[in-house]
Design a protein around this ligand. Structure first.
Ligand SMILES: [Zn+2]
Length: 266
């Protein structure tokens, strides 16, 4: 075990074997850490990464509506979350993918107001209202140090993160997606683990929610578990067109957590 092999949640070095040979398991919080902590090369992201609207963008935009402070997003991609924010927002988006930042800048070039995108971390003098990281934390080696640095530098009042839903249909049915392995995902978090991690950093849970089941997860399960032909599964339309969202099980791709700084809420 290398010096990386420590649970980022519990800082526990006594990790055990996991049922997946590419990870170690923390018996205390249930989180898995990759045996090989080599992050995916940055170039891969500009070659193949998918960007688009995600379910959690709308939930967070609604949650922080009316906030007047600065919103900082790490891993902003082409700026799809920023597109959900009101034009009056004061927003900084950061991503190491140069191509994605160019696309975001181009999209926002005609919009007035405070939307900034960069490949470099910004200097923000006042404390940040909301720090947002969607599908980011599971990619970061030495995660705890990075979170400590971010919190110390930007002093966010709220932190919104999404991670792959550990209870999504695909995982429950034993057809885990190819992207949920190293070097893509260096950690697999449990809900309990995420709450414990941010509690230890001085943040209390304000909101947690998992994404309603989507057609992509259902397709994967129908093809790989129930041996549907791919062309049949492809005909499956958006589940929201068939069922009201409130009837869909919360076994979709993402779990969203919003945390509030503890010394704010007392
Ligand atoms: Zn742990």
């Amino acid at each position: 075990m290398t010096d990386f092999m420590i649970c980022p949640v519990c800082q526990n070095c006594n990790l055990s074997e996991s049922s997946d040979t590419q990870y170690y398991l923390c018996p205390s919080c249930g989180c898995e850490s990759a045996r090989d902590m080599t992050a995916r090369p940055a170039q891969d992201y500009s070659d193949v990464e998918w960007y688009g609207f995600r379910w959690e963008f709308g939930v967070v935009a609604e949650h922080i509506r009316g906030c007047s402070g600065t919103i900082l997003e790490i891993g902003c991609g082409e700026g799809y979350f920023a597109r959900c924010l009101p034009s009056t927002a004061n927003y900084f988006g950061v991503d190491f993918n140069v191509k994605a930042i160019s696309a975001a800048l181009e999209h926002f070039s005609t919009r007035a107001g405070g939307f900034y995108f960069s490949t470099d971390m910004p200097n923000i003098s006042e404390e940040v209202q909301a720090l947002c990281m969607f599908h980011v934390v599971e990619h970061i080696p030495r995660l705890r140090e990075k979170l400590d640095d971010l919190i110390c530098t930007y002093r966010p009042r709220l932190i919104a993160i999404s991670v792959p839903n550990p209870n999504r249909l695909t995982v429950m049915q034993g057809v885990r997606e190819a992207w949920d392995y190293p070097p893509h995902h260096l950690y697999r978090f449990t809900h309990h683990g995420v709450k414990k991690l941010f509690a230890s950093l001085g943040y209390m849970l304000a909101h947690v929610e998992s994404e309603p089941l989507g057609k992509d997860e259902l397709r994967e399960v129908l093809i790989n578990r129930f041996r549907w032909k791919r062309k049949w599964a492809k005909r499956l339309s958006s589940l929201e067109e068939i069922f009201p969202t409130c009837l869909l099980p919360r076994s979709g791709q993402a779990s969203l957590f919003i945390f509030r700084r503890v010394w704010e809420s007392s």
